[in-house]
Design a protein around this ligand. Structure first.
Ligand SMILES: [Zn+2]
Length: 295
């Protein structure tokens, strides 16, 4: 597992396409081989040394098949490098910066970044528990304080932050919602918050009332964010980052940026494994459909 956090370490470890393919090969079949077609666990060498061919049915599988690296339009070495920057660099990188640094065209850079954001989507495995603070915010577009309606160009986003030992901030998640109603807030709560072990604190917004039958929710005045200092800091960081890179974009792409921000945020203390985790996601996620991205 590559654990470097500097570009020098990265360049030393990955020198060419083969070193990248070997890395994926070791990752893909680390728990042994199993044919996707027939389930056989015995294999021979395939078309190249980065393929395995089933001994029983002859299915030849490449190292990138059935992963988000499948049919990648750019060299793996560049993709690895871009994923490295997007995960290890505190604020990530814009598509323009990536295109320039890796000598790829703007479209390739844009597509790869979308793909990366998709891979960065939460697995939903780590639910927030103990003390969880929740709020909704508006991001993008000019300022306005109306909640649940008249969003204009802005996106309404619900954000949840977990407070851990010593009142420190633990993990956090956020997602675009249509309105700040109980109905729209509920799927987010169910996806990210542990129903049985979380004491949730929100401001006094009525949208949370319908959720009180399922979740333990306490409400208190927000006092312009002062009532929720930890949450407020995360919101300020998120807004600052979004302001720097975020142009007008659809709900789906706003969620992509939120995935990216919180993937890094939730691994801020695990920088040596963040890139590897991202590559693992690329390998276990289904091939990404470029067509779905037509805008
Ligand atoms: Zn087979």
């Amino acid at each position: 597992m590559f654990q470097g956090i500097s570009i020098q370490q990265f360049n030393k470890f990955f020198k060419d396409e083969d070193s990248c393919k070997q890395y994926l090969f070791d990752l893909k079949w680390k728990n042994g081989y199993r044919c996707r077609r027939c389930g056989c666990t015995k294999s021979n060498k395939g078309k190249t040394r980065f393929y395995l061919r089933c001994k029983r049915c002859g299915y030849d599988e490449s190292v990138t098949a059935h992963s988000m690296f499948h049919k990648l339009k750019i060299p793996l070495l560049k993709a690895f490098g871009m994923a490295f920057r997007l995960s290890v660099k505190k604020k990530g990188m814009s598509t323009t910066e990536l295109a320039r640094e890796f000598s790829v065209n703007q479209k390739s850079s844009w597509l790869f970044k979308r793909k990366t954001q998709e891979a960065m989507k939460s697995s939903g495995k780590y639910l927030l528990d103990t003390k969880v603070e929740v709020d909704e915010i508006l991001i993008g577009g000019p300022q306005s304080n109306k909640r649940g309606r008249n969003k204009g160009d802005k996106k309404l986003v619900v954000i949840a932050v977990e407070k851990v030992k010593g009142n420190k901030i633990g993990r956090a998640y956020a997602e675009v919602i249509e309105q700040a109603s109980g109905q729209c807030l509920k799927p987010f709560f169910e996806r990210y918050i542990d129903k049985d072990n979380a004491q949730i604190i929100t401001d006094e917004w009525r949208g949370y009332w319908p959720l009180q039958s399922e979740f333990e929710i306490k409400q208190k005045p927000s006092n312009g964010g002062k009532g929720f200092p930890g949450l407020h800091v995360v919101i300020m960081n998120l807004k600052g980052w979004i302001r720097g890179i975020h142009h007008h974009c659809s709900e789906r792409f706003t969620n992509g940026y939120l995935n990216e921000f919180f993937f890094r945020f939730n691994r801020r203390n695990f920088l040596t494994s963040i890139w590897h985790k991202l590559i693992e996601r690329f390998m276990t996620s289904l091939p990404y459909s470029y067509k779905a991205d037509a805008i």
